[in-house]
Design a protein around this ligand. Structure first.
Ligand code: PBG
Length: 327
C-alpha cells in the first residue's frame, strides 16, 4: 500500500482544479467603493498617504461612480470635505453642504444602478475633528450629537442616498436616525450600521483624506482593540434599533470579530478595509517588497472568507476590472 493515501495536493494540481474547488470567490457586486468629494477644488487632489486615491471634484466623482457601474461594483460610500468647519459641524446638516451635493450628483449620474451610501458622522465637518459635538468639558456629548445625526440623515436621504452609514459610534444612533428618517417619510432608506468600529491606528491616512482637524483620539466612543465579545453587544443593540446591515471595521486586524458577527447576524454583514490597510499594501508594493495584485486579492479574499457579504475597499473598481478580465 502506498503512503500517503490521503493527498490534499490532488486538488491543487492545475489552475482549473483550483478554480473548481475554490470555497470562496470574489464578485464585483459585493464590493463598495469609498470616495471623497471636496468642496472648492477644480482638479482631483491626490492623497500622499493613499497613492491612487484622490479627493474628487464633483465631476471626477461622477466619473468614478460611472466607472464603478460599468465594472459591476455594488456600491459607493461617499464622504464630504467641506471648505468651512465649525464646532457643531453645520456643513453636515446643510442641504447644500458638499456631501449632500455629492450624493445628489452621483444619484443623478447613476440613478439606481449603484447603491449610493453616505457617511453619517460629524468628524469631517467639525473644527475639532470629533465625531460629535463637545460638552463644556470637551467630552463628546452623546445625546446632543444624536439630534444632529437625525437631521443630517434626513438631508442625506433627501439628497438621494439609498443607504446611510452611521459611523460615529454614539449610543442610540441607529434608533434616533431610523426614527428621524421614518418621520420624514424616508422609510425605504436603509441603515448600514458601523456596528463594531474600533479605535484604530490604521485610520491614519483617512485623516489626510478628509483633512481632519482631530487632535487626540476617539477612544471614548470607538471600541477598544482589546475587546472581542463587546462587538456582539454593539451589533445586538444596532439590530434592536433597526440596522438593516451591520459592519465591522477595520477589517484586517479584526477578522476574528468579523467571523463572530458573521456567525450570529441575521442581516448582511460588511467589513471595511480601511485607509491604513490600503496604505500598507501600496507602500510595500511600491518598494517591491510584495506583489501588489496578489496582495490586494489575498487581503480582500481573507475578509470574504472571514464572513463578510460586502467589502468596502479603495481597490473596488480596480479589483472589479481584474475580476472581469479573469472571467
Ligand atoms: C468617520 C469615519 C472614519 C473612517 C470612515 N468613517 C474615520 C474615523 O473613524 O476616525 C475611516 C475610513 C478609513 O480609514 O479608510 N467619519
Amino acid at each position: 500500500m502506498s503512503f500517503p493515501q490521503r493527498r490534499p495536493r490532488r486538488l491543487r494540481t492545475t489552475p482549473a482544479m483550483r478554480r473548481l474547488t475554490a470555497e470562496f470567490r470574489l464578485d464585483p457586486a459585493e464590493l463598495i467603493l469609498p470616495a471623497f468629494v471636496r468642496e472648492g477644488i477644480t482638479e482631483p487632489n491626490p492623497l500622499t498617504s493613499m497613492p491612487g486615491v484622490v479627493q474628487h471634484t464633483m465631476d471626477s466623482l461622477k466619473k468614478a461612480a460611472a466607472e464603478a457601474v460599468d465594472l459591476g461594483v455594488g456600491g459607493i460610500m461617499l464622504f464630504g470635505i467641506p471648505a468651512e468647519r465649525d464646532a457643531v459641524g453645520s456643513a453636515g446638516t446643510d442641504p447644500n453642504g458638499i456631501l449632500n451635493r455629492g450624493i445628489a450628483a452621483v444619484r443623478e449620474e447613476v440613478g439606481d444602478e449603484l447603491v449610493i451610501m453616505s457617511d453619517v458622522c460629524l468628524d469631517e465637518f467639525t473644527d475639532h475633528g470629533h465625531c460629535g459635538v463637545l460638552d463644556e468639558n470637551g467630552v463628546v456629548d452623546n445625546d446632543t450629537t444624536l439630534e444632529i445625526y437625525g437631521r443630517m440623515a434626513v438631508e442625506q436621504a433627501r439628497a438621494g442616498a439609498h443607504v446611510l452609514g452611521p459611523s460615529g459610534m454614539m449610543d442610540g444612533q441607529i434608533a434616533v436616525i431610523r426614527q428621524a428618517l421614518d418621520e420624514a417619510g424616508y422609510t425605504d432608506v436603509s441603515l448600514f450600521a458601523y456596528a463594531a468600529k474600533y479605535a484604530s491606528a490604521f485610520y491614519g491616512p483617512f485623516r489626510e483624506a478628509v483633512d481632519s482637524q482631530l487632535k487626540g483620539d476617539r477612544r471614548t466612543y470607538q471600541m477598544d482593540a482589546a475587546n472581542r465579545r463587546e462587538a456582539l453587544v454593539e451589533v445586538e443593540l444596532d439590530l434592536e434599533e433597526g440596522a438593516d446591515m451591520v459592519m465591522v471595521k477595520p477589517a484586517m486586524s479584526y477578522l476574528d470579530v468579523l467571523a463572530d458577527v458573521a456567525a450570529m447576524s441575521p442581516v448582511p454583514v460588511g467589513a471595511y478595509q480601511i485607509s491604513g490597510e490600503y496604505a500598507m499594501i501600496e507602500a510595500a508594493a511600491a518598494n517591491g517588497w510584495i506583489d501588489r495584485r496578489r496582495a490586494i486579492e489575498e487581503s480582500v479574499l481573507g475578509i470574504k472568507r472571514a464572513g463578510a457579504n460586502m467589502i468596502l475597499t479603495y481597490w473596488a473598481t480596480e479589483l472589479a476590472a481584474w475580476l472581469k478580465e479573469s472571467k
